[in-house]
Design a protein around this ligand. Structure first.
Ligand SMILES: [Fe+2]
Ligand SMILES: [Fe+2]
Length: 290
């Protein structure tokens, strides 16, 4: 199969620290990698971007095509995306703007890159404007990561901070409609849920089995911690189901679910740290290369 045009742009971007020639020379281009809504596979596209109001923005114009591009549909299912910009890269949470905010940001995008106005005129869709938010590292980030214990604490700190942030957002959330949550809260909640799933999957599939071999005395506590993962996983599933119907979802119900999740998760993280940190402190991270 001949290499696609997109793939040749991606290759050139990566080979030249984010600089691309041809029709994109001098333009503001980034690479966005989303996770396939159905396939779960990474999907990378080169996209123009604009900056406005301190935000990094991409427009799901698809050249004015009638349907949203695949990357946009993907990020509604998996809000955590990878952004390559210049020679650097970072994870971001993709948050489509809504209402007046979208209108304002779109006007600014058109001011900077008039082509978006032409695409909008050619399409019946309202072209989505998506902010690629780079989450700030929590203030209480642990120091340098040298052991698996540090790595665990780093992940727990991230989870605690994200959940705090989402609960705060849910608490102060005043939807613009009689019911409904808004895309911003939905995307942040979903990103937290994905991070949580990722963390627990890693523990269940890698950390716990490895510890069970090196520290058989921890079998009992790890069985208890694994059972806590299941309880937390069920609350998370309910939360995700609620978010699927976010346009009609009851904010009070979301707050109640988040409170329940928070109580279980905080207790679990404390329990896990008390039981496992001493053993994990003896395991270097990143693993030594042999
Ligand atoms: Fe855990
Ligand atoms: Fe954990």
């Amino acid at each position: 199969m001949p290499m696609s045009f997109n793939q040749s742009v991606i290759d050139e971007f990566r080979a030249n620290g984010g600089r691309v020639g041809g029709p994109f020379a001098g333009g503001d281009l980034l690479l966005l990698t989303t996770t396939g809504a159905r396939s779960g596979r990474p999907h990378t596209v080169p996209l123009g971007y604009v900056r406005a109001e301190g935000l990094l923005l991409v427009v799901a114009s698809a050249g004015g095509a009638p349907d949203h591009p695949q990357w946009y549909r993907n990020l509604l299912t998996h809000p955590v995306v990878r952004v390559e910009l210049g020679a650097g890269s970072f994870d971001a949470i993709a948050v489509p703007a809504e209402g007046d905010r979208r209108k304002r940001l779109f006007e600014e995008a058109v001011r900077q890159a008039p082509g978006y106005g032409e695409y909008q005129a050619a399409s019946d869709r309202e072209l989505p404007v998506v902010a690629l938010e780079q989450p700030e590292p929590p203030e209480d980030s642990p120091r340098e990561v040298r052991s698996l214990a540090d790595k665990l604490l780093e992940a727990h700190t991230w989870l605690r901070a994200q959940l705090r942030h989402v609960r705060e957002e849910a608490r102060t959330h005043i939807p613009g409609r009689p019911a409904g949550l808004g895309l911003q809260l939905r995307q942040h909640c979903l990103a937290f849920c994905e991070g949580l799933t990722h963390h627990h999957t890693g523990e269940d599939s890698a950390i716990f089995p490895a510890l069970a071999r090196s520290h058989p005395e921890l079998a009992g506590p790890m069985a208890r911690l694994g059972a806590q993962h299941l309880v937390i996983g069920r609350i998370r599933d309910e939360l995700v189901a609620l978010l699927a119907g976010f346009e009609r979802a009851d904010p009070d119900r979301l707050r109640a679910e988040l409170d329940r999740l928070s109580a279980e998760l905080e207790a679990h993280l404390d329990d896990e740290e008390a039981e496992l940190l001493p053993a994990l402190a003896g395991i270097p991270f990143p693993p030594a290369r042999t």
